[in-house]
Design a protein around this ligand. Structure first.
Ligand SMILES: Nc1ncnc2c1ncn2[C@@H]1O[C@H](COP(=O)(O)OP(=O)(O)OP(=O)(O)O)[C@@H](O)[C@H]1O
Length: 281
């Protein structure tokens, strides 16, 4: 389990970015950190993987405080993979296949195993055709997929995805949703950060709202997304599905599939005149 106890963090003296964060990230397999620009989501992630270190308080992994020596940090990276918001930050090599294999070479795996894992990750992200391409000529969305492949190959226990839908087109976004479902089925634990509320509603299971470096609300879909005032105060928007439920006084469904599967609702809708014909005078 990952846990933060009274974590405070600042980049510059006197300008605290995270204030007394207390989280036990064990409520669900997919945990969402929601917050507007500048609320501290990326900073929280950087602290979780040991790239930044709290000014005070501590972070525990399975009850043990994180250690910041080189060896401990390397061991931590194997357990917690991070995909940065800006994919450029994690691209090291010029060719796609070399970049994706980078961390596996560091682990000293045999070449055949490396090749098999790279093949699998590229196929999952539908970028097998980019294998021999220089990364510098790829589009932003393609670079993002390469960065994700470089983390998928590690098969780490935890995955932190910072704004995973940023810069993706609708097809890329759908793929991301599918990928997250595959990771869930694979037993990996995921922490997502985003202000894409529809995406978070679709894939997340338990949520924290971060505002100005403080956790202002936590809970499951039903409890967090119904709080319109709080969500708007945090400069966010309710997911469309929740707005629809509230405006039509419907029960809150977790997914569009649940909504469409509700027989009682369909019966109600069938009784309404939805023909759209103009009333005759
Ligand atoms: N390297 C840095 N040095 C100084 N200040 C920083 C640095 N990185 C971030 N900050 C500041 O820390 C605060 C939190 O930034 P952070 O990137 O964690 O927010 P975020 O919630 O991830 O935002 P976004 O949704 O825009 O990605 C902001 O005020 C930002 O300006």
């Amino acid at each position: 389990m990952l846990e933060l106890q009274h974590v405070n963090f600042s980049y510059e003296p006197g300008k605290e970015v995270l204030h007394d964060i207390n989280l036990k990230l064990d409520q669900a397999q997919v945990i969402g950190i929601i917050g507007p620009n500048g609320s501290g989501k990326s900073t929280l992630f950087l602290n979780l993987v040991g790239i930044q270190r709290p000014d005070s308080g501590q972070i525990l992994l399975d009850g043990q405080p994180l250690r910041y020596d080189k060896k401990s940090l390397l061991a931590l990276r194997k357990r917690i993979g991070i995909i940065f918001q800006n994919s450029e930050q994690q691209i090291f090599y010029s060719l796609v296949e070399d970049d994706v294999a980078f961390a596996l070479h560091n682990l000293g795996l045999p070449q055949a195993e490396i090749d098999a894992r790279v093949d699998q990750a590229l196929a999952k992200l539908d970028i097998s055709d980019l294998r021999q391409r220089p990364i510098q000529y790829l589009s932003g969305g393609q670079k993002k997929r390469v960065a994700i492949a470089g983390i998928l190959v590690l098969d780490s226990e935890w995955l932190l995805l910072d704004e995973p839908t940023a810069g993706l087109d609708p097809d890329g976004r759908r793929r991301m949703v599918r990928l997250i479902h595959q990771l869930i089925a694979n037993g990996q634990k995921i922490i997502l950060s985003s202000h894409d509320m529809d995406f978070m509603y679709e894939v997340g299971q338990y949520f924290y709202i971060l505002q100005d470096g403080k956790i202002v609300k936590s809970g499951d879909k039903q409890s967090v997304f119904r709080e319109r005032t709080l969500i708007e105060a945090a400069k966010l928007e309710q997911p469309w599905l929740v707005r629809l439920h509230e405006d039509l006084h419907l029960p809150l469904y977790a997914t569009p599939a649940e909504l469409f599967a509700d027989k009682a609702l369909q019966k109600k809708l069938a009784q309404l005149d939805l023909s759209g014909e103009e009333e005759k005078e």
